[in-house]
Design a protein around this ligand. Structure first.
Ligand code: SAM
Length: 429
């Protein structure tokens, strides 16, 4: 008998939907021997697909870009919280978990007319608990920090979809990062950016502001074929039913591949530098915990960078921005123009409207010069929330891709540093 098929939704950082769909198709071809993922619609922030348990589990284990993998339980129209309660109450939650397990409910909504999403969340929780109590005499308790089971509800203007989470902790938590810097990039955003750059193993890759080493670790794991989830557990392992045999096969293959990678002596051509010795220590510790060989890491001001390889390659960086993390190795900080609105960490508008700090501006001019003068033939990709960065670097971007780093709207700027014909930008821009 053919294994049952389900509908799944895979959320990801906004802007990475197409790379995620391509990645899922590759996972099917490489790890499940064919078209295990029947691709569905892309929507802002995720991708739908249809497939069996093996596909859902392989997405958890192998997707670098997914934030979670959600199993669709129900879908229906609603006008008020009672309709949502009824929809949730009718589902056979008892098939999936027991009242002895803890749970948590989350709601995401787009254009929902409901006044309080908290109240709607409470109604879903009540419905699940009421159903289990009526069937078994006891109800699950709520644990918002480390629940055994997570239920997600997604509301549009008049439709509600209920999902059971199969990931547990979000998938960007690979299980190896202990040492973070002040502003580490989420692993799944870094992995998606690497895919957008078109980098393939063997091509030199250089991050001159590598911080805790997120781009480097993701790239090295791709090069060595280490599954991003091989070190961690998943939410589905706590459910009453999943395909245990298929999971054993997937997991054993991933553990074997990681063992083979540890023994590899391949020259990965992946390089990092940072002005901060502390950050490089963190990067080294993270790379080690991720099961990766030593990579070339140097303490260096990015203004003094030189190509780390003979052949041209891909440079990728997310430079310091705003108050969250400062450019270092430059003069005293100037005054920021007051936007009159106060500033928050994620207040992109306030940041982009503020005049660049003169010392930061000097850093970006020098960084742009270093690219133009010393990196002919390279392609550079810079992720920033500052839309004026190309102007500051006096370079004209070839493409700019909108991406979200959490709630922060960013651009991934691409600069083609063609030998002898760098497209300079007038300084006044
Ligand atoms: C936003 S963080 C990068 C985070 C990194 N992608 C990660 O995942 O951890 C910016 C990094 O730039 C470094 N930095 C600041 N000024 C620098 C300079 N002048 N030259 C090189 N690196 C610098 C900081 O030490 C910090 O690690």
């Amino acid at each position: 008998m053919a294994p049952p098929l389900f509908d799944w939704f895979v959320p990801c950082p906004r802007g990475l939907e197409a790379p995620l769909a391509a990645e899922l198709a590759e996972i099917g071809a490489r790890h499940l021997g064919g078209a295990a993922f029947k691709a569905g619609a892309h929507v802002p922030g995720g991708v739908h697909f249809r497939g069996g348990w093996a596909a859902g589990m392989a997405a958890n284990l192998h997707s670098r870009i997914a934030s979670r993998v959600l199993l669709k339980i129900a879908h229906g129209p609603y006008r008020n919280e009672n309709d949502i309660y009824e929809l949730a109450y009718q589902q056979q939650w008892e098939q999936w978990f027991t009242p002895n397990q803890t749970m948590r409910v989350d709601i995401t909504a787009i254009k929902s007319p409901l006044r309080s999403l908290e109240f709607a969340t409470l109604r879903v929780k009540d419905a699940v608990c009421d159903r289990l109590r009526e069937l078994s005499g006891s109800r699950p308790s709520i644990d918002t920090a480390q629940p055994d089971v997570r239920v997600f509800a997604f509301l549009t203007i008049n439709e509600c979809t209920l999902y059971l989470d199969t990931s547990g902790e979000p998938l960007f938590k690979r299980g190896w990062r202990l040492d973070k810097g002040a502003a580490p990039l989420r692993e799944n955003l870094a992995a998606g950016i690497l895919r957008l750059t078109g980098w393939t193993p063997g091509t030199p890759l250089y991050d001159p502001m590598c911080g805790s080493g997120t781009f480097l670790a993701e790239a090295a794991q791709v090069a060595l074929d280490i599954a991003p989830g091989v070190e961690r557990r998943f939410g589905f392992e706590k459910l009453k039913q999943y395909d245990v045999n298929a999971w054993q096969k997937l997991k054993v293959a991933a553990v074997d591949a990681k063992r083979a990678a540890r023994a590899s002596r391949a020259d990965l051509q992946i390089f990092g530098s940072d002005i901060s010795g502390d950050m490089l220590e963190k990067a080294r510790a993270n790379l080690d915990r991720a099961g990766l060989p030593d990579l070339s890491l140097k303490q260096l001001d990015a203004r003094n960078m030189v190509p780390p390889a003979d052949a041209p390659g891909i440079l990728v960086a997310n430079p310091p921005y705003g108050e969250r993390i400062e450019v270092r190795g430059r003069g005293p900080r100037g005054e920021l123009r007051d936007t009159g609105r106060g500033r928050r960490e994620d207040d992109d508008d306030a940041f982009t409207r503020a005049q660049p700090d003169p010392a930061d501006a000097e850093f970006f001019v020098s960084f742009g010069n270093a690219l133009k003068q010393r990196f002919p033939g390279w392609r550079a990709y810079v992720l920033t929330s500052d839309r004026k960065l190309p102007g500051l670097m006096r370079l004209r971007e070839s493409t700019k891709t909108p991406l979200f780093n959490g709630a922060l709207e960013c651009r991934l700027f691409r600069f083609d540093l063609v030998a002898g014909s760098v497209r300079n930008r007038p300084t006044s821009e």
